[in-house]
Design a protein around this ligand. Sequence first.
Ligand SMILES: [Zn+2]
Length: 239
Amino acid sequence: MDYKYTSLILSKRDIAEVDRIYNFYTLEEGKIQAVGRGARRPNAKLAGNLEPLTQTEVYVSKRKGMGNITGAIAVNNFLALKADFLAISRVFWALSYFDKLITQQEKDMRVFELLLEYLEAMEKLSEEKKAEYKFDIVTLGFLFKLTESLGYRIQVGCCANCRRKMVAGNDNFFSAERGGALCGECAKAERRKVKNADSSIKLVKIFLKNRISSFSKLEVSEKDLRELRLIWKELIDWV
Ligand SMILES: [Zn+2]
């Protein structure tokens, strides 16, 4: 059987003498792997269209087990992103979590759209040579959205414990175990929490409500960025 996949190439690894296994996220079946026979030969035509961080139409021939790649047409090469160390280091950092969070072969159009939107946003930042922290905001925003779309509800508008509306300026906390923001009163009983997380919790709320393409417009202080990373760390450790 032959299949055509709308794919985002995630990674590759060498096998045998001249072959490669490619790992990609597809619109049709979620995360899959296929073999590129002869992909490491110097004149291999397919290889350039199968580089990680490329959007590619991939053709796979499958009988049993892992299929063989028979064709690949690049749709978007994300050339600016690939040439930008700031961007690429963040994208691979995010993809390491993507890989851990998505373990099964399961179709999920929302996840595909998020990943594509993330790569497009990072490409745009690279083209426009934006400040380094913008790459971090877009990357963290993508990760929070991804986590939520996989079914982990993150409570941000009100306290995850007593459900009271969060009040700005008060001592607000974040607890992944409790499922989101915590008011000062409820946080007293919690051992693991991120302190004074008022403005960073607001950013998480913005991430969850808006599109990734808009995140580059956010102005975020060094302190908020630090807190966002702490909240992310708490969340992913818990997940
Ligand atoms: Zn509370």
